[in-house]
Design a protein around this ligand. Structure first.
Ligand code: MSP
Length: 518
């Protein structure tokens, strides 16, 4: 297994404040980044903001400020989001950074040197909202297929010879079946490419807010070429120090929403082929969230601000819900009722209750230290239970890594929670309060196995709920430093099992119930 892992979020447009949809992409990347680190890989996790283009220029105009002043403000809101959501991102790229401008221009020059760019003139439809060109045949009732308003533009433009890449792209998808995920998106992209590709207009002259085309500053670069380049420019591509580029490129995963799959799975690989550069390993397109059944829209004013969710439900509870509610790749609906149900049934009543019951019993009966399981023959129930919590095949880092890489977040969480349910059943069946009356040793063994189960479940859940996991791990004897850094996944193995005699903190509710359900 390669030892580095490079993962990216889309870079966010700064014409909008961060909402739950943006938080979703970034949390998913964070979960993957954290898992890969805990599986022992060196990770580079990138996020940032997409600050050029007509859309942003118009928003700045509307706000009555200069574009740069405008983008500085909104970009900060996305940086704050990273902090609020406890994201472990390693860098934050802005397309207005000097390093990015230099790198994006270097990419342009490389494509031009290879003879893949020519000057022509573009007459056609453009949708500012999507920052995308559309063919006449694609319009629906005079609008873009996305519903965005289109305008007729006719201006000199540089073109990229996209039409020459149809066969190369199809051959590439064929040779790399895991490049576009999920399968439904892969099929969608393949049929789009099979439908024929036209050369792509990659410069504009009618507005100024963008990166000047090298050697022809009348033109600015098409915002998507500018934006996509961020994935390489953040690593130092086209700049003096390109150590990170050499180390991490090509990206292992570009995480994107389903609306921007075409840019990432068609244009981006074609640009890279044109520049003779290595292609990313995978593009995963996730679904979209609605809120209480409605599309998130500025006019409805229904965008949920992540900070509100965190305040009402807790940070890790929110992260958990986003990753648990729908299979990654499908659309999801956010409802206050559902988040409360999921938190109450899975975190409060299941996992939280397991911790609370176990640690309270250890305090009440074992003087607050992990009891010794020695001297008790394991029965069938113990064996079956222990097998579930110990590293079985399904839990070896290699196998879980595949499930993580395939973004099976909700399945992974369901499996982890199933272990917590088993543990709760184990308590009820073993009834340590009764065992105590027969022979304290029996109770000790049961409680020992339960604390060990909590240890394993918590290690497994770290990528999803890093803050809560660190608090739980500290409560069962890890130092704060170890717990905050994270416990590597190989420590799930029995030889790292919790030691009898380890001091246990007085239990506190880690996942309180949400009382006001709607
Ligand atoms: N700037 C481009 C991306 C350039 S990447 C080189 C862009 N920005 S965006 O701010 O409009 O969207 C960023 C991401 O947020 C996209 O992946 C998009 O799918 C995602 N989401 C925006 N609204 C969303 C929901 N309602 N639900 C889930 N994700 C959503 O596109």
């Amino acid at each position: 297994m390669k030892n580095t892992f490079y993962i990216t979020t889309p870079i966010f447009y700064v014409n909008d404040k961060p909402h739950i949809g943006h938080a979703y992409t970034t949390v998913a990347c964070d979960v993957l980044a954290r898992f890969m680190r805990l599986a022992g890989r060196e990770v580079m996790f990138l996020t940032g903001t997409d600050e050029h283009g007509q859309k942003v220029e118009k928003s700045a105009e509307k706000a009555g400020v200069q574009p740069k002043q405008f983008v500085d403000g909104v970009s900060q809101a996305f940086r704050d989001l990273a902090k609020e959501m406890n994201l472990s991102s390693d860098d934050f790229i802005r397309t207005t950074d000097a390093r990015h401008i230099k790198g994006a221009q270097a990419l342009w020059i490389k494509m031009q040197e290879k003879g893949q760019i020519y000057l022509g003139s573009y007459p056609g439809w453009y949708a500012v909202r999507d920052e995308a060109f559309y063919q006449e045949s694609e319009l629906v009732d005079g609008k873009a297929p996305t519903g965005a308003e289109v305008e007729w533009v006719e201006e000199p433009s540089y073109f990229f010879k996209l039409s020459e890449y149809q066969d190369k792209l199809l051959a590439f998808y064929d040779a790399n079946p895991g490049f576009i995920m999920p399968e439904s998106r892969r099929n969608e992209v393949i049929s789009f490419v099979k439908g024929g590709l036209k050369d792509l207009s990659i410069s504009r002259t009618t507005f100024k807010w963008g990166i000047p085309v090298p050697g022809d500053s009348e033109h600015i670069m098409y915002v998507w070429l500018d934006a996509l380049a961020n994935y390489m420019t953040a690593l130092g591509y086209g700049q003096e120090d390109d150590t990170k580029y050499k180390k991490f490129w090509p990206a292992d995963l570009h995480m994107v929403g389903k609306d921007i799959i075409r840019f990432h799975a068609v244009y981006w690989p074609a640009f890279l082929m044109a520049a003779d550069l290595p292609l990313p390993k995978r593009v995963f397109a996730h679904g979209w969230w609605t809120v209480e059944g409605e599309k998130i829209s500025k006019s409805l004013g229904n965008a949920i601000v992540p900070a509100d969710l965190i305040e009402t439900y807790g940070l890790d509870q929110t992260r958990y819900f986003l990753m648990r509610e729908v299979p990654f790749g499908s659309d999801g609906n956010f409802s206050r009722e559902r988040i409360a149900i999921v938190i109450n049934s899975e975190l409060a009543n299941n996992f939280g209750n397991l911790i609370q019951r176990t640690l309270s019993m250890v305090h009440k009966n074992c003087g607050g230290v992990v009891p010794d399981p020695q001297g008790v023959q394991k029965d069938e129930l113990d064996m079956a239970f222990l097998q579930k919590i110990q590293v079985t095949d399904a839990l070896t880092p290699e196998n879980i890594a595949k499930r993580y890489y395939d973004c099976k977040f909700n399945d992974i969480l369901a499996d982890i929670m199933a272990i917590a349910s088993e543990a709760n059943i184990y308590i009820d069946t073993k009834a340590p309060w009764k065992q105590k009356k027969i022979d304290e040793k029996l109770m000790n063994a049961t409680l020992y196995h339960l604390v060990e189960a909590i240890r394993c479940i918590t290690i497994m859940i770290q990528p999803f709920m890093p803050g809560s996991a660190a608090r739980i791990l500290t409560a069962i004897g890890y130092s704060e430093e170890q717990a905050t850094k994270g416990i590597l996944f190989f420590e799930l193995a029995p030889e790292y099992a919790i030691k009898p005699g380890t001091e246990i903190a007085v239990p506190q509710p880690f996942f309180p119930r949400i009382e006001n359900v709607s």
